[in-house]
Design a protein around this ligand. Sequence first.
Ligand SMILES: *[C@@H]1O[C@H](CO)[C@@H](O)[C@H](O)[C@H]1NC(C)=O
Ligand SMILES: *[C@@H]1O[C@H](CO)[C@@H](O)[C@H](O)[C@H]1NC(C)=O
Ligand SMILES: *[C@@H]1O[C@H](CO)[C@@H](O)[C@H](O)[C@H]1NC(C)=O
Length: 281
Amino acid sequence: MSPEVGQILVAVALFLGSDAIRIDTISHGHQSRRSGGTDVFSSPFLAEHRVTNITTQIGTHAYLPCKARQLANKSVSWVRVRDDHILTVDRTVFIADDRFQSFYVEGTGMWTLQLKYVQARDAGIYECQVSTEPKVSARVHLHVVVPRTELDGEPNRYVKAGSKVIIRCVVRGALEPPAYVFWYFGLEQIFTDNRYGWTMQTDSESETHNTIASLIIPSARKRDAGNYTCNPSNSDAVTVLLHVINVEYSASAVKSAASGHGSVQSEIVAIIVAALVHIQT
Ligand SMILES: *[C@@H]1O[C@H](CO)[C@@H](O)[C@H](O)[C@H]1NC(C)=O
Ligand SMILES: *[C@@H]1O[C@H](CO)[C@@H](O)[C@H](O)[C@H]1NC(C)=O
Ligand SMILES: *[C@@H]1O[C@H](CO)[C@@H](O)[C@H](O)[C@H]1NC(C)=O
């Protein structure tokens, strides 16, 4: 199998419905010029005169289908509607952006525009045109999903020395979970076999496709204070600054803040305690 055929088979497979790409079709307003004449079966037409919605995730490859039949030797072009830029004519690429490519597999009648490493600005309408007179065309609306990373809790965390700390981040709005989530302490990556006994866990909810990444510090020490960064493969990084407080007095106030879900009030108390500790030392 040639790489090109392999790619198109992947494209067709994706088109037929994976989780990563969502395809919705609706009937298109205007009808084709297939007004009952003798040429109905000899002139080119697009199999489905509809707007197809394709939803894809930033950074992945998008496959825009154009099912053209009875092409004879007519050309099939892909046009970006936003700026009327011709992207491809048959297999020839007409844009100075090597992320675009057009594929056809004999017998399937399917011309597919491949767009690699989709970016947010690629979102919009693409039109597939067959070079007949009058021209026939079909549109594909490409939607680009950009996942976001949220920190669970405040960007400053105050914890008591010796307490168990769980730092969590959530990746939301992704079509597929991140391939990996890296954690950093300062600039240093945290590995699973680290000497501190810290553990990492990543759970994806199949329903929402949200991914929760957790870093577990069994017993926080003073030297564990610092910036912890959660860096998912498909989304922005978020950082939490951990403060480890070494106090015996006012323990109750600190304890409530250290639980991670403390109220704003207890956070403020913790900040005051931290400040007092700072002045004392
Ligand atoms: C396709 O996308 C458009 C624009 O966002 C939307 O109005 C329409 O409802 C979508 N169609 C389907 C079938 O999801
Ligand atoms: C291909 O195109 C040429 C002119 O461009 C035309 O004469 C010929 O009939 C076409 N062939 C088919 C099979 O439609
Ligand atoms: C944590 O990150 C912030 C923002 O980048 C930086 O200003 C601060 O110095 C860092 N603190 C530590 C302890 O690394």
